[in-house]
Design a protein around this ligand. Structure first.
Ligand code: SF4
Length: 351
């Protein structure tokens, strides 16, 4: 029987995911279906299924999107040629790339222009990695594991011009091992001042490290294709917790697989909704209740993508003139975006 749940704070939706989900919710309200989305808007099965249910069509190729229709590009960032192809043929394109992914794209572009060989630590085939590597394909080399360093460094033209960038959602421990290996070989190695792991990744891992040290078992909520979720499971295992399970939601949680824990730590990846967390805690049913384990506050806010910021004031003005309301029909206005939250936007859409 579980006596206590330790709930990591922060957990769940990050500012980038909040922005992307709210932006797609706006598009669903504004446009007649179907609204198209290139790649999963975020890597969470439940979020994607909710949007699919509302008529959003997810595609892996922008050529599959008809001309003249609304199209969103996912939070993970898209290759420059994909963005250009999306904007062709009169489509209304909203690019929901997280600003922190854009920052890494910018670093890749600048280093490549300066003649650097750019090592990119990331997961092969992950949407974010694919989009970033496409910024400077000639000069970028993917490094997934420390063992890949040798081959990635084999054809470095100038040892004084080697840079190391990273996917934003890696486990800190993995990234540091590769960075130390590369720096030992190239002392002049260029890296971003505060590395590329985003604040949300770092904060969720820090909170989970504290939780893991006090837990007999840890449950990480999030989808298998979510890089930061998988990284969280690794962080808990690296912190010495012997039973770590990742689940999409309460239905997948097998209580027997946790052994017979007295204390269970719970966290959620950056794309997992809070209602799943609460449902998992309910299933664990701790006899002595839930203790939040707070590490830091997150106050970051990313405004809606520029294309929506440009469009919505005009639609709001038109709606107030014609029907006396907002384009959403719920009274929510773009000016309210900061105070709105994505979980609520998803719930409103369900209704
Ligand atoms: S995990 Fe970090 S990089 Fe990814 S969307 Fe969230 S804030 Fe942006």
């Amino acid at each position: 029987m579980v006596e206590e749940v330790l709930l990591a704070e922060p957990r769940g939706f990050c500012a980038g995911v909040e922005m992307a989900i709210k932006a797609l919710a706006w598009m669903v309200r504004i446009f007649e279906p179907p609204v198209y989305c290139y790649h999963e808007i975020v890597h969470n099965r439940l979020v994607v299924d909710r949007f699919r249910h509302l008529g959003v069509v997810f595609v892996e190729d922008v050529d599959a999107v008809p001309p003249g229709v609304p199209l969103m590009l996912s939070a993970h960032g898209s290759a420059p040629e994909v963005v250009a192809a999306a904007r062709a043929k009169g489509r209304f394109v909203v690019n929901a790339v997280c600003p922190l992914v854009t920052k890494v794209h910018h670093e890749a572009k600048v280093r490549a222009q300066k003649g650097y060989t750019v090592l990119y630590v990331g997961h092969a085939g992950h949407d974010e990695a694919v989009g970033t590597l496409a910024v400077a394909p000639e000069q970028m080399r993917l490094v997934e594991h420390e063992a890949d360093l040798e081959s990635a460094l084999a054809d470095v033209a100038d040892p004084d011009r080697v840079a190391l960038l990273a996917q934003t959602t890696l486990a800190l421990h993995d990234w540091e091992g590769i960075m130390n290996g590369a720096r030992a070989r190239f002392p002049e190695l260029w890296t971003a001042t505060r590395d590329d792991l985003c604040f949300a990744t770092t904060n969720r891992q820090a909170a989970l490290r504290v939780v893991s040290a006090r837990s007999d078992a840890v449950v990480v909520i999030g989808s298998a294709n979510s890089s930061n979720t998988v990284a969280l499971a690794k962080v808990a295992a690296d912190a010495g917790c012997e039973r770590v399970v990742r689940v999409d939601g309460p239905d997948e949680l097998d209580l027997d697989a946790l052994g017979d824990p007295r204390v269970v730590g719970v966290t959620a990846g950056a794309s997992a909704p809070e209602d799943l967390v609460q449902a998992v805690v309910e299933k664990l049913n701790p006899t002595r209740g839930v203790e939040p384990v707070f590490v830091t506050d997150e106050t970051e806010y990313f405004p809606p993508p520029r294309e929506l910021r440009d469009l919505l004031p005009a639609l709001e003005a038109l709606a107030s003139l014609t029907v006396g309301g907002s384009p959403s029909g719920t009274g929510r206005s773009l000016a309210d975006d900061r105070s709105a939250d994505a979980s609520r936007a998803l719930a409103d859409l369900r209704g």
